[in-house]
Design a binder for this molecule. Structure first.
Ligand code: ATP
Ligand code: MG
Length: 356
């Protein structure tokens, strides 16, 4: 395959802030971007050359999109894998590939995949009925977490089970959707690795980072993670195994629990740029967004080297009203996503504080 020349068009499925930051990075490398999203007036559409507003199951719109772009990528992991398969059938180059997307969309398939790669996960069992939940709890025990298999994000679609007495309420909370029971990991901290890979096996991991969640949503990322160098190496090694196994092109992230004994337990992977990689915009030679565009355009990867330590704070909902004060901070970089309504829990922007 040949590197896409500047002037080519990169199609992005999804119109959120990740698509917006990808579109800006693509523009800096001389590409045009065509956003495909069901949402009118999306954050990404407002910085892109073209937009198609259509549903992800609109076969005609997908076929037209396939003929108008030179490569297709995704910014949203819940784009139906079938939509990407339809694009491949229509002749489009799609990175990452539909199978990688399909695995990451189903928490059971994802954990089966990690284990098949020799990567540890929490103990887990699929739960398709109330009886399955009892059987799973008998095997895994409490505390545990019941999660929907699909479509969960920002901690939505999850119910904690502290003791067996919570089982009924947890099952009811998920409304009978296909689910997974996971044993609770008493982690020391949460870390994630963001890495880029090309179909020619080039691999460029960023430094491992540390994540603090609040109300189920990422609140703060500390780069680099305050961990032993061996943990960083181990995480990069695991990411390399995952990238190879998926024959992956693009940026992806793996979230881990760092256990008190220093071992890493994989929680989930994201087949896309990741919120815990936003600090790379301001503190690395090349950001995760640039790396992703390079990878899907089949360009050489740039250096992921960290130029300084950093901390990223998400601006959720009303946090964004502090924009003027944040904009005045020395050594900080403010990024706003152009969302007009600051609903509770909505990611409105982020700020990166550079540590020199
Ligand atoms: P996000 O979109 O923020 O990545 P998500 O909805 O996909 O979240 P998870 O990442 O699986 O869901 O879980 C959200 C958070 O809940 C985790 O970051 C972690 O703090 C906690 N958590 C999830 N699973 C477990 C577990 N098995 N043991 C302990 N804590 C867990
Ligand atoms: Mg997560």
């Amino acid at each position: 395959m040949k590197a896409l020349p500047p002037g080519s068009t990169i199609g992005i499925l999804g119109g959120g802030q990740l698509g917006r930051m990808l579109a800006i990075a693509a523009a800096e490398l001389g590409f045009d971007v065509h956003i495909y999203t069901p949402e009118a007036n999306s954050p990404a559409a407002r910085v892109a050359a073209r937009t198609t507003v259509a549903a992800f199951d609109d076969a005609d719109a997908l076929a037209r999109f396939a003929s108008q772009v030179d490569v297709v990528t995704t910014e949203f992991e819940n784009v139906p894998a079938d939509a990407t398969r339809a694009l491949v059938t229509a002749g489009a180059r799609v990175h990452p590939n539909p199978e990688a997307l399909a695995i990451a969309q189903d928490r059971v398939a994802e954990k089966n995949f990690f284990n098949a790669c020799g990567i540890a996960t929490a103990p887990y069992a699929p739960v398709d009925s109330r009886a399955d939940l009892d059987a799973a709890l008998a095997r895994i025990g409490a505390p545990a977490i019941l999660k929907t298999r699909r479509l969960g994000y920002d901690g939505k679609g999850q119910a904690r089970i502290a003791t067996l007495a919570d089982a009924d309420a947890a099952y009811a909370a998920l409304g009978g959707q296909p689910a997974i029971l996971e044993g609770f990991c008493a982690f020391e901290r949460e870390v994630s690795i963001v890495a880029a890979r090309t179909i020619h096996n080039a691999f460029a991991p960023y430094d491992l980072v540390e994540n603090v969640h609040a109300h189920g949503i990422l609140h703060r990322t500390i780069a680099p993670a305050r961990v032993d160098a061996r943990v960083q190496e181990q995480a990069a090694g695991l990411a390399s195994i995952v990238g190879d196994a998926l024959d992956y092109a693009g940026v992806f992230a793996i979230e881990f629990f760092l256990m008190p004994d220093g071992s890493l337990i994989a929680n989930e992977m994201a087949p896309r740029v990741h919120n815990s990689g936003h600090w790379t915009l301001d503190a690395c030679i090349a950001s995760q967004f640039e790396q992703h565009i390079r990878a899907v355009a089949d360009w050489p990867l740039a250096s992921p080297q960290r130029l300084c330590d950093a901390e990223m704070i998400n601006l959720i909902g009303d946090d964004v009203t502090a924009w003027a004060a944040l904009a005045a901070e020395p050594n900080s970089k403010l990024h706003l996503y152009g969302k007009h309504e600051a609903r509770p829990g909505r990611k409105m922007g982020h700020v990166t504080r550079l540590k020199r």
